[in-house]
Write a protein that binds this ligand. Structure first.
Ligand SMILES: CC(C)(COP(=O)(O)OP(=O)(O)OC[C@H]1O[C@@H](n2cnc3c(N)ncnc32)[C@H](O)[C@@H]1OP(=O)(O)O)[C@@H](O)C(=O)NCCC(=O)NCCS
Length: 138
C-alpha cells in the first residue's frame, strides 16, 4: 500500500481497484521495491492502474524494466490494448511515451473532479488527465 500510494494519493481509490487487479511486483532480496497493478476494462483491453518504485530505488531503471515486462506480458497474452491514465505534464508522461504509449483522450478536470484535495506536481496543480494507449495490433 505504501508503494501504491506513491502513484495514487487516494487510499480509497487504491482499495477499490486492487481486488480486481492483477499485481506484478519487483523483489530485491525478498523486499518489494516495485509494484504495478493492471485491471481488465473489457475483453482484450487492460488498464494499468498503478506503477510505483520505492523512492530510494527510483531512477535506476527498475520502473522501466517493470513497465516493459508488463507490456510484453499483455502482448504475449494476445491483448488488443493497454491503457493508462496520467497527468498532462511531468516525467511520468515521458516515461510512458518512451515505452510506446500514445495519447488517446484528454479527460479535462479529472483530478479536480475525482480527488478531494488538490494535487500539485512540480508546483503546478494537476487538473487534466491524459488517457494513453498502446494498440498492440497496429
Ligand atoms: C514512475 C516510476 C514508477 C518510474 O520508476 P523508476 O524506477 O524511477 O524508473 P526508471 O529509473 O526506469 O526511470 C524512468 C524515467 O523516469 C525518470 N524519473 C524517474 N523518477 C523521476 C523523478 N523523481 N524525477 C524526474 N524524473 C524521474 C527517469 O529519469 C527516467 O527518465 P528517462 O527515461 O528520460 O531516462 C517511479 O518514478 C515512481 O514510483 N514514481 C512515483 C509514483 C508515480 O508517479 N507513478 C506513476 C503514476 S502515473
Amino acid at each position: 500500500m505504501e508503494l501504491l500510494l506513491l502513484a495514487d494519493p487516494s487510499e480509497e481509490k487504491v482499495r477499490a481497484y486492487l481486488p480486481a487487479s492483477r499485481c506484478f511486483v519487483v523483489l530485491n532480496d525478498g523486499v518489494v521495491v516495485g509494484v504495478c497493478a493492471v485491471q481488465q476494462k473489457e475483453a482484450g483491453v487492460h488498464e494499468l492502474m498503478n506503477i510505483a518504485v520505492r523512492p530510494e530505488q527510483q531512477q535506476l531503471g527498475v520502473g522501466s524494466r517493470l513497465l516493459k515486462w508488463v507490456i510484453e506480458i499483455y502482448r504475449a497474452a494476445g491483448a488488443r490494448a493497454l491503457e493508462v491514465g496520467t497527468g498532462s505534464f511531468g516525467y511520468q508522461l515521458t516515461f510512458y511515451q518512451r515505452h510506446g504509449f500514445r495519447v488517446a483522450e484528454i479527460d479535462r478536470d479529472f483530478f479536480v473532479t475525482h480527488y478531494g484535495e488538490p494535487i500539485f506536481e512540480e508546483g503546478i496543480r494537476l487538473r487534466d488527465m491524459l488517457r494513453l494507449r498502446i494498440e498492440y495490433r497496429s
